[in-house]
Design a protein around this ligand. Structure first.
Ligand SMILES: [Zn+2]
Length: 313
């Protein structure tokens, strides 16, 4: 009998027996290991589905437990395949169930029929989780050939010409680095010289008109030159118009008219007041003129000579 406790009998010798199981001549797994020499271990096995016994044809429900003979019968890759041989509890017949690592399930191999209650997701509008047959589908040789032909065509018609073009371009630029560098430096030198000249001109202009050094001056171009000339012409015409004697005469006439009217109205102060009024009006007219009053008066003083000088400019 198997030792169930830690009682060591008086004739037990540790060095001689090694263990209590050895002392009693029993395996550690007890009676379950009685067929171990055939590679069979007896385990408690629970039916994973409903079956019908092949011998007595009675229905055995899922979850019924048997003392099954567990045996390794093969491998699926590195996963062992086990078979469980059970004796029907209603008759003397035996049935065998195996593991199926490929499909992660159990299959009845002999002595019974499995009741088919598998849920098929594809049949019920779902998707199969384990698509184990995908790799097993044979490759269409024509499709494979077509694919490889297309790849070959792409290589010869697109990739190789592009690489060749890039290589040619690279060769073109890398052929004579000295000449390339010389050309570039020559170009840069010309640009640098022009830039320096321009900077010197700008500095001179700033210096002449006492402009702040940080003031950016406009670059001179044909357009800007034309615009400046046009502006100068307009301004000069306006100046000449203002300085012309016709305006002066008109203004004097207005003054005289006013004086005459005041006289006709019979004011007591008479000539003195009218003279004053004329003078004030003349001054007001001067102040409202767009150009500075001082220059206009100077222009008035010697309008003909200034006009001549302006035209000379
Ligand atoms: Zn049976």
């Amino acid at each position: 009998m198997q030792g169930f406790n830690k009682y060591y009998p008086p004739d037990y010798d540790g060095e001689k027996h090694g263990s209590l199981n050895a002392y009693r001549g029993k395996h550690a797994l007890g009676d379950r290991a009685r067929k171990l020499d055939q590679g069979i271990l007896i385990v408690r096995f629970e039916l994973p589905f409903n079956i019908w016994c092949g011998t007595c044809n009675s229905h055995i429900g899922m979850g019924v437990r048997y003392n099954a003979e567990k045996k390794k019968i093969g491998n699926y890759y590195s996963t062992p395949i086990y078979s469980f041989r059970c004796k029907c509890h209603l008759c003397d017949g035996w049935f065998e169930i195996q593991t199926d690592p490929k499909n992660t399930r159990y299959v009845v191999t002999s002595g019974a029929r499995q009741k088919d209650e598998e849920w098929d997701p594809e049949e019920n509008g779902g998707f199969a989780i384990h698509d184990t047959d995908a790799a097993a589908t044979p490759v269409d040789p024509l499709a494979a050939l077509e694919k490889s032909t297309a790849a070959q065509a792409h290589l010869t018609q697109v990739q190789v010409p592009r690489l060749e073009a890039l290589q040619t371009l690279s060769d073109h630029y890398a052929a004579d680095p000295y000449t390339r560098s010389q050309l570039v430096r020559k170009h840069f030198r010309v640009e640098k010289k022009a830039e320096q000249t321009r900077a010197a001109d700008d500095a001179r202009v700033r210096d002449k008109y006492a402009l702040p050094t940080e003031l950016a001056l406009e670059r001179e171009s044909e357009e800007s030159k034309k615009e400046a000339a046009e502006r100068w012409r307009v301004e000069r015409e306006a100046l000449v118009e203002r300085a012309s004697p016709s305006v002066d005469v008109k203004r004097r006439r207005i003054g005289e008219g006013l004086a005459r009217r005041s006289k006709a109205e019979g004011t007591s102060a008479g000539g003195a007041v009218s003279l004053l009024r004329a003078k004030i009006l003349d001054n007001t007219a001067k102040r409202t003129s767009p150009l500075a009053g001082s220059s206009s008066s100077r222009l008035k003083a010697s309008s003909s000579s200034l006009k001549a000088s302006l035209l000379r400019r």
